[in-house]
Design a protein around this ligand. Sequence first.
Ligand code: MOS
Length: 748
Amino acid sequence: MIAFQEEKDSTQQKQLDHRYDGIVKVTGKAKYAAEFDVKNPAYAYIVQSTVPSGALLAIDQTAAGHASGVLAVITPFNAPELPKPKSQPPARRHITVLQEKDIWYNGQPIAVVVANSLDEARYAASLLEVTYSLTPPKLDFHGRHAEARPPKQQGREPAATTRGDVAAGLSKAATKIDVVYTTPVQNHNTMEPHATVAEWTGNKLNVYDATQYIVGDRMSIARTLGIPVDDVRVQCPYTGGGFGSKGSTWSHVVLCAMAARVVGRPVKLAIDRNQMFGPVGTRPTTHQSIKLGAAPDGHLLAVGHDVIEHTSVMEDFLEPSAFQTRYLYSADSCNTSHKLVEMNLGVPTFQRAPGEATGTAALECAMDELAFALKLDPLQLRLANYAEKDVEKDKPWTSKHLREAYAQASERFGWSKRNGTPGQMREGNKLIGHGMATAIYGANRSAAQAVVRILPNGRGFVGSATQDLGTGMYTIMAQTAADALGLDPKLIDVKLGDSTLPKAPVAGGSQSAASVCPAIPPAALQALLKLSELAVNDAQSPLHGLPTAELEAKGGRLVSKKDPSKGETFAAILARNGNQPVEGMGDAEPSQDHESFTAQSWGAVFAEVAVDVSTHMVEVRRIVATYDIGTLMNKKTGANQLVGGIVWGVSTALHEESHIDPVHGRTANENLGEYHVPVNADIGIIDVTCLDIPDTKFNPLGARGIGEIGITGAAAAVGNAIFNATGKRIRDFPITPDKIMQAKPLIA
Ligand code: MOS
């Protein structure tokens, strides 16, 4: 059951009660990449390496080549040669497109079979005889921490930081915590697996692709194939979840285009569910060492957060698990670091709240350990270290109302009734526990463009090459355009997911609302100005001769501000003036002074669990959370994302883990039967509220983005509730019944 506050309208905007794209989705009319009709399609199937390390010696394709319906078998021994990546070693080589014979991981694409049907392609793929030379793989993570090294390339933030003297702070501290938390590899498993359809017309390539980044996908495809970017069009009107995995262009996208060129027909390539594990990114495993030192009143004197995580031998990817530790609390001193251990696995990538998801799981459990050691309430410990500014960069926040979030969520949860001594709340065979944690995620924003048109039928149109991953972009674009045009949101046509539209950034980092929506009002204003000029220059218009500055749009009419009875409908103006749409283009980017602030979203998460004393099964009965995410643009789609994030947090706490075979390097549970995620029966009440306080220093709409913060803090709140129930502190996620059974309570 999901509860959501019914409160005031947050913005000036009229909110749509229902998802803009809800009806086309539930009626099956929304087309996803693999469903697009192309003429006479062929079907491609990816063949994957069955060894983790070495090289291809030969691929015998005789039998596969003779199999029914087979059109082509493309391997590194016969694949069209693509341009070599410019830098050496290539800056980003997360994809393999049959140009080399090296094997870097088990599951790596090593061939593509193209046939008249998917079944024929898949069957022929099983007939390939592959010979490898083998080299010893690097598959042990925890035994190779000595090999950990800093990332090769500097990211947006440094991988390691030092503020103050942590050693001195720890030696002064009355109470210290020195613990290690670990999190496993996780795979994205979007409801819609990756899929691509590629069709060539001469030199022009049209691609339907399941992507979070139309504009970037187009550039990556063009660059990898060595063709002009203008020759590529990418379309993706609907994306069935992305969570970061569809933010990059993986091997199969390029291989699909390559296959279409080889067979001279459009090609469809849909990734199998088991192929979601490895060749399209994972969340890396992390080993997080946390040291906390505090004065008796809870004041943090020192914080250390040192992360070792895995990356691929192919390329570095950094999950910045310690970033939030730099500024979440106002500690006197703070050291953080990230180091990588290379493994023969596919390249890890962004996964919902990359960094904060795993980082808060560790840090916020460690804070709970500190609170327990200090005999302080965990919420009081957070308040004692409340960061009034970004201490790391010595900058003010654009806006921070975390205190109110703690207050509202703890009140709704009934935190004051909690018993801080573990094992004291019992109902029959169940131990009840209450835990809390802070949620935090950065507020990101990039340059974006939008086009707005006023149509002869009186409707409005808004378009941008952004994406809707199920997040609500259609809905909030409709609302924003409606607001700017003075129309009802139901009278707006929205188009996105087409690279021919004005540019928008990757739908990642929770940035789409804050990036794309601010480009819409200036575009609408320009369109309205053009319409106003038509009206004031038209002798038949009641607005004839008025200065355009005196006009405004209201309810589908252009009217005089001074005398609103004077005016006419958009449609009437256009009907007499060529009956063509008028169009405006809008651009928006972060304001000039954005460097002088730090923008973060905040939240407070409270969880209640019941742990069965015989089976050690954990039931998450209730999660109550309040978020400070700036303006809540739409209640339904916003709540939906926060709730989804929390469910993933529960999954991280209790269920989710990719088991990597230590000898062969393949994910042993690459299916949704054995890769556990919560089902409805695993999820109790999730009660989410938003403070809905606009952050206009961040952008004119006051919205900071909402996609990722829900997962942060949620796993820790559950882990802390399990401790409160059982007195057992499990520091290795997920917290499965076997671990609870084996753990010794920290208290008698
Ligand atoms: Mo999100 S992991 O930035 O798609």
